[in-house]
Write a protein that binds this ligand. Structure first.
Ligand code: CLF
Ligand code: SF4
Length: 451
């Protein structure tokens, strides 16, 4: 990879799958106004173009946002990125976005600034984004054909008037493509989010992927439509369904040759704080912040030194692990669910996990392919049977679970469902553990696996 690009993504948890094991993001909801209507959105909630639908995030003024960012940056050593990801559109509600970024950059110059936008107002602000050193911009692009767009967007508000139907979708499409090309020309990295809507744009997203790749998109993140009548959205109320997990994976797999795919997105809240798989937002709500905050860089600086050492070691271990799996030449694949709380290691207890990271080991190597959210099974030292049923259901088709600790009871219940589990590789690097498993499973010399 080009060293200049690596420098931009190496600490960004969304733009680098590897970085998401080490670094955290926080979002501040400062820009609530929006200039379009998406059929999967209810304005009472966060912007579903980047965030989990049906969630209401804490809205802040730029000054309140600064106070919150300083408090979080002093307490959360992994923090590397500040994002503005709704509710509303960061480029349309531009004054608040700009005021927030300027204040934060003055106090914490090394924090990365990141926005998510629907793209309509984006071309008006690309110059200012570049001036503010915003290196990462997400544009939600659900279509390149306005006929498809008209099924997703009932109206837009552009240049002081409202447009509807195909005309609205055409303008939106043109502005999205212009914005993407302008960002690419300035070397700003772009991630394209697409909401997969079965029978509306699912097959069309193959074409979208090709178009955005041609225009320099760095990543493509295909997100499932989450459609619930209780959210009160047009799609929710008219029975438009979201894709099944297998449909989403099949589409992602078919996009293999186009723009690089992001598979570790968690559809975060618009006020999320922490590593992607966790949310510490409730620890930093406005009512919990002191009136006066002073930035203490100590924790972040110390953490970065530790990560710098650990990372080289991890990269070497990973490349050795991948070589072992490839050398096995078994023609077989293994689906592994890993309990982890960061650092790229198998370091979470089975019963404490709120999600499992899923890896596929195959003759192509070891790939991160997604995550499975679960309810925490063990609370206060006791496991609940009903919760375990849900965890087992969420682990469907997984061959082996890797964790730092697991008791006999959940292990036996998993075995009954045809899923093996082991804590033998606790605290190993994830890839090292998977390669050892793969070697044991498919008859490679054990010594080679652990050398
Ligand atoms: Fe936030 Fe988005 Fe920036 Fe990341 S989230 S604005 S690029 S800092 Fe990341 Fe969360 Fe997925 Fe977004 S996991 S929803 S992709
Ligand atoms: Fe809702 Fe975001 Fe679409 Fe605006 S851009 S209508 S806030 S989903």
């Amino acid at each position: 990879m080009d060293p200049a690009i690596w420098e931009k993504i190496k600490d960004h948890p969304c733009y680098s799958e590897e970085a998401h094991h080490y670094f955290a993001r926080m979002h501040v909801a400062v820009a609530p106004a929006c200039n379009i209507q998406c059929n999967y959105c209810n304005r009472k909630y966060d912007c579903a173009n980047e965030s989990r639908p049906g969630v209401v995030s804490e809205r802040l003024t730029p000054d309140q946002a600064l106070r919150k960012v300083i408090a979080v940056a002093s307490e959360v050593p992994q923090l590397s990125v500040l994002g503005i990801a709704g509710p509303g559109d960061a480029c349309y509600d531009w004054k608040k976005t700009k005021a927030t970024f300027e204040r934060v950059a003055r106090e914490i110059p090394d924090i990365k600034l990141c926005i998510s936008t629907n793209g309509l107002a984006l071309p008006d602000h690309v110059g200012e984004l570049a001036d503010m050193n915003v290196d990462h911009v997400t544009i939600t692009i659900n279509m390149i054909d306005p006929e498809v767009g008209a099924k997703i967007y009932p109206w837009i508000f552009y240049d002081h008037r409202r447009y509807t139907g195909v005309e609205a979708a055409r303008i939106l499409h043109q502005r999205q493509m212009l914005g993407l090309e302008m960002l690419t020309a300035r070397g700003i990295l772009t991630k394209i989010n697409s909401v997969m809507i079965p029978t509306v744009n699912d097959e069309h997203l193959i074409e979208v992927n090709r178009w955005v790749k041609e225009r320099g998109a760095f990543l493509h993140n295909v997100m499932p439509l989450i459609s619930d009548p209780a959210h009160g959205t047009h799609f929710g109320l008219t029975g438009q369904r979201g894709p099944e997990a297998v449909e989403l994976k099949a589409l992602q797999d078919s996009l293999g040759g186009g723009a690089k795919l992001m598979r570790h997105c968690r559809q975060c809240r618009a006020d999320a704080v922490g590593l992607l798989g966790e949310d510490r937002g409730q620890e930093f709500t406005l009512d919990k912040l002191p009136d006066e905050v002073i930035y203490d860089a100590g924790k972040r600086e110390a953490y970065r030194e530790v990560v710098a050492c650990e990372r080289g070691d991890h990269v070497a271990a990973k490349s050795q692990a991948v070589a072992i799996v490839k050398a096995a030449d078994s023609g077989k694949s293994l689906l592994v669910a890993v309990a982890t709380k960061g650092g790229g290691r198998v370091n979470e207890h089975f019963g404490h996990s709120k999600e499992f990271q899923v890896y596929e080991a195959s003759p192509r190597g070891i790939s991160f392919i997604g995550h499975r959210k679960v309810e925490q099974y063990c609370l206060g030292g006791r496991g609940a049977d009903a919760t375990l049923d849900g965890v087992i259901a969420a682990l469907e088709r997984i061959d082996i679970v890797l964790c730092a600790k697991i008791g006999d009871c959940p292990k036996d219940r998993l075995a009954e469902a045809g899923i093996r589990a082991t804590d033998v590789y606790g605290y190993d690097y994830i890839e090292t553990a998977i390669s050892a498993l793969y070697a044991a499973e498919f008859g490679v010399e054990p010594m080679a696996a652990t050398a």
